[in-house]
Write a protein that binds this ligand. Structure first.
Ligand SMILES: CC(C)(COP(=O)(O)OP(=O)(O)OC[C@H]1O[C@@H](n2cnc3c(N)ncnc32)[C@H](O)[C@@H]1OP(=O)(O)O)[C@@H](O)C(=O)NCCC(=O)NCCS
Length: 151
């Protein structure tokens, strides 16, 4: 086990800045798949999520699980990221475990894996869902032939 792991502290819904979040995304490689060039979007991600479990070494943010949830039925785990120098020593697993502990007994954790993390989710206990669907920005709901014209 890394000696640095000993000093990692976990916090539930502790404040963190958009800058610290962006920096962590970069240090984890998740920045390749998150809008780090769009400061306003990142700011809204930080402010709009309602459950974050964070890992800290002193004042340095070294891991995060950031979710949007109703705490009762569904919890969308949007971002799971661990600083590359802390990866592989159990920080990610602990973040998910602590996140689940904040949720009610009927609440499902839902995640969309980055390609390199697909096996990770399976490894830590998630199951794949063959009927997950997304409506991307720019895509629109297809209107049926009888639909009223859009204003
Ligand atoms: C994916 C990520 C969050 C995992 O966090 P981590 O702290 O490195 O993972 P852990 O140390 O908790 O690993 C738990 C187990 O999963 C394994 N594992 C870690 N990363 C893995 C991966 N990408 N694929 C498969 N298994 C992986 C570990 O070897 C460990 O195995 P063990 O049970 O034999 O000990 C982290 O590597 C990361 O930030 N990656 C870049 C960003 C990313 O892809 N995030 C997820 C997409 S939203």
């Amino acid at each position: 086990m890394s000696s640095s792991l000993v000093s990692v502290q976990y916090k539930i819904n502790a404040a963190y800045t958009a800058e610290a979040f962006t920096d962590l995304l970069r240090r984890s490689t998740l920045a390749e798949r998150r809008p780090v060039e769009d400061a306003e979007c990142i700011k809204q991600m930080v402010q709009g999520g309602n459950l974050a479990v964070t890992a800290w070494q002193g004042k340095r943010l070294v891991g995060i699980a950031r979710s949007v949830t109703d705490f009762a039925y569904c919890c969308y785990l949007s971002d799971l990221a661990v600083d590359h120098s802390f990866q592989g020593v159990g920080v990610g697993r602990r973040l998910v475990q602590l996140m689940q502990e904040q949720l009610g007994p009927r609440c499902t954790l839902i995640a969309l894996a980055a390609p390199d993390a697909n096996d990770y989710y399976l490894h830590v206990g998630f199951e794949p869902h063959p009927r997950a669907w997304v409506l991307r920005p720019g895509s629109r709901v297809h209107l049926g032939p009888g639909a009223a014209p859009q204003r």
